[in-house]
Design a protein around this ligand. Sequence first.
Ligand code: ANZ
Ligand code: ZN
Length: 821
Amino acid sequence: EAVYSFADIEQKWPAVWDELGVFQPADDGSKERRYVLDMFPYPSGDLHMGHAEAFAMGDVVARYWRQLGYDVLHPIGWDSFGLPAENAAIKNNAHPSDWTYRNIDTQAASFKRYAISVDWSRRLQTSDPEYYRWTQWLFKRFYERGLAYRKNSPVNWCPKDQTVLANEQVVNGACERCGTQVTKKSLNQWYFKITDYADRLLDDMEQLKGHWPERVLAMQKNWIGRSEGAHVRFTIEADGDKPAEQVTVFTTRPDTLAGATFFVVAADAPLAVELTTDENMDALLAYREQVKALSDIERQSTERTKTGIFTGRYAINPLNGEKLPVWAADYVLADYGTGAIMAVPAHDQRDLDFAKTFDLPVKAVLDTGEEDPAETGIATTGEGTLINSGKLDGLPKSEAIPAAIEMLEEQGTGEKFVNFRLRDWLLSRQRFWGTPIPIIHCETCGEVPVPDDQLPVTLPTGLKGEALAPKGTSPLASAEDWVNVSCPNCDGPAKRDTDTMDTFVDSSWYFMRFVSPHYTDGPFDPEAAKNWMPVGQYVGGVEHAILHLLYARFFTKVVHDMGLLEASEPFSSLLNQGQVLNGGKAMSKSLGNGVDLGQQLDKYGVDAVRLTMIFASPPEDDVDWADVSPSGSAKFLARAWRLGQGVTSEPGVDFAKGDKKLRALTHRTVADAAELLENNKFNVMVARTMELVNATRKAIDSGVGGADPAVREAAETVAIILSLFAPYTAEDLWALLGRPASVANAGWPAVDETLLVQDTVTAVVQVQGKVRDRLEVPADISEEDLRELALASDAVQKTLDGRGIRTVIVRAPKLVNIVPA
Ligand code: ANZ
Ligand code: ZN
């Protein structure tokens, strides 16, 4: 008799699946459509264990939905622009495309071996000109809507990668990619105006609640950082040849205005230089040099002793005319709010720390019942009533805030203001391997977008190796033939923009492209997008909680506003899979604990590796490869497969004639599967399948026997469930059972409710505390149902003897007590 060989079955089935087009959606409206997507991979080397985990999870969803009868779109592509390709090209004197497309081919082959159920005909790469043509087209539409603009400002600069970084790419002051300390540099750069969408990005998170991980929503909310408060204008008194001027601050606590005892501007803001008197200028400039070296995190650390420089100027409090010394300090950030604050040391700890360091006055304006902050050094931040605040005295904080705003508005010195932490998205990069920005700079006409019919602006092919090395300016600038063009507007001499786009631009719309990847009249076919969008299940790592997901949401909203897309959120449900660890730690070269996916696949087979990933824990949790047993998974799969040899009945037998006990287990397993799979409890589903396999084996080997229809029913059910986790084994088992390929669209088994033997309990029914009846009821009976049953009991009716009822106390499922009138 044949034995289970994963190597043989891995050879056998891929051609059959291709031939049948099993994973291609019909896309004809005959079935309800559903879209499942894994975050597309970056082509660095071959697939690794992390990919194996993430893609196994997404594939369970795709395969389950197919079994349920949906028309499933499950595509794959590559996020193929970016720095690693460029760095490899510099090192090997090659073109970044060599490395990129070679790695993509390797990964594609591995994905095929791994049997991810994707529609290969929709494959795309963001570095393909037919893709980035539409990235450029979208950029132009953003530009026309005023959502893409260029401005000169201090930007985050990575000295190692020699390129700018978005705020989102600076982690604890370091470059997200290489870990180098990020510095600031003043440059003319392109931005997307994501801040215009701050409110909607925040408000629409309401729709995602319950469908996205709480943690991701919290991180996005914090990143957007909406603060309600006020803008307040202070007059800075004239001093010598420095004229008086107005400076606005943002405060969330306008109620504390009378408690302001000094005023602070960010030391690195141009305003600091503007305000500082000649006398104090040297000190300020020296201090600014010191500040440059610090990250925002360090600047705001409560551990550091506060530092600052007196500017020599005074601000007038618009509420009471008091004179406040103006300081320049690093704990106020130049790019938050207005870059200037009113300092209220009594009620703000940062201000109090500063006041203590420089011996500035502390004035409480809110009686919170706490101890005097001037004494304790602890700012009082609780609720309380206003004091020392003139007309506001006696008001609770919650009323004082709007009252103070009203006073400011009457005076014309301030107004309500909502501030966001979110900054515009800096999208230009001084690197080669990215989407060229489709703008031409003309001396006469200024910025001129490249006409749509001239898109794509393709990358020049002549540059490679050293020519791509980072120099602080874009390598594209050296491709003179490419750079020098005539202006599309006036035909005069002009130059192409030499920056490329952040690769996060490419990945902000790829999920839309997948609905019609070969469409040539736009980024996607609006009709297809209407059919498929939004993505029903998105799967990917939590490391994308902010950047990618926020940008993708922003793009979706803009494209929606352009009238191209009905959906205004891209991903209705999000699953963050865990990491694959080894020995409790993330796999890394330095720890030497890396596990090679290819070797695991060679040793245990694809299905065993997939099943191990899925069985180890719920998908959200980490998998420690040191704790799992791929050989155990392989043994289980062989055991499941052998059921096919144990079944001796023919396909089509009448299951109703089968063994009741085994049938009950089969149907209970399927009945529970819905709840388990909808809630991503894939690991529990595997455990339940193991249980069913064992019971079926037992039935074959015991009195029931392999000819019993219930045994065939159970084995076919095992094959269908396993098709979600172990596609090769499931297909081969299905064939052993005499069924035609493919098990992948066999259809989910129907549940016969009559076979679901209920767990029952005995409920005691009392009348006035005396037991009158006992009822066998389902363990999960509702209060209402139990009440009804109890009242309908003959014994109860007899006892009541026509009397009315005062109350019925129900404690489902065990007790009912009826109190007669
Ligand atoms: C006076 C005040 C009194 C404040 C008080 C707080 C408490 P969030 O909630 O994060 O928006 N602030 C404003 N701009 C700043 C900047 N560029 N750098 C550092 N701090 C800045 O914080 C808003 C509060 O942070 C503002 O309200 C301001 O201090 C400070 F009892 O104004 B507050
Ligand atoms: Zn021109």
